[in-house]
Design a protein around this ligand. Sequence first.
Ligand SMILES: [Zn+2]
Length: 253
Amino acid sequence: MNKIKFLGTAGARFVVMKQLRASGGLWLSLDDTDVLIDPGPGSLVKCMTSKPKFNPLDLDGIILTHRHLDHSNDINVMIEAMTNGGLKKKGVVFAPQDALEGDPVILKYVRDYVDRVEILKERGNYTLKNISFSTPVKHVHGVECYGLNIQAENMSISLVSDTQYFEGLESYYPGDVLIINVVRVEPTEHIFHLSIEDAEKIIAANKPKLCILTHFGMTMIRAKPWEIAHQLSEKHGVEVIAARDGMSIDLDK
Ligand SMILES: [Zn+2]
């Protein structure tokens, strides 16, 4: 079964710190390939407390879009869990260079537990078991950050990770299913995050089969993201939904 499980929908510091929404990232099961994207704080706990449980040993890989803590906090423990505490060497970790050097968020000793670590780069193409993905453009986010275009046999999924809006952003993410990290309602300078107005430009230009908004900051939570999603659906004739913690999307439908 092809599906996306939202182990968290929190974005940015305050919603994460107060755990107003969970912050465990996304678990994607696609063409018999299991990948965890952006395991923020509580990812392991959410895997274990979901019903049914998500067994980290089933993972084929972990993708980190960028090093910020709300995306990376649990990456080391998830690498341990994926590899049975390092006893079973397996899996691939994908991350930008700055997650691995300087003040690395991926600890050196766990890197030996996986089959390989691959560095994400602008216009990079990668393969993980039965799926492939690309990182089409470097985002504007203060640290090295990439969105993903994931290609499976019968569908494509685009994930627009954290970024400030920039001219032409929408042209990079043409997936059938479009997931957008929308932290704010209103555009705000120097915040380096997308607003609803920005998300709308991508939706209007790309008309995906399904759009899922997630990674909500305080202003989004207060504004009731499900109501915003409903308004966007009506306005653009595209199915837009707001992610909820624990939500599972059946991609075969
Ligand atoms: Zn970020």
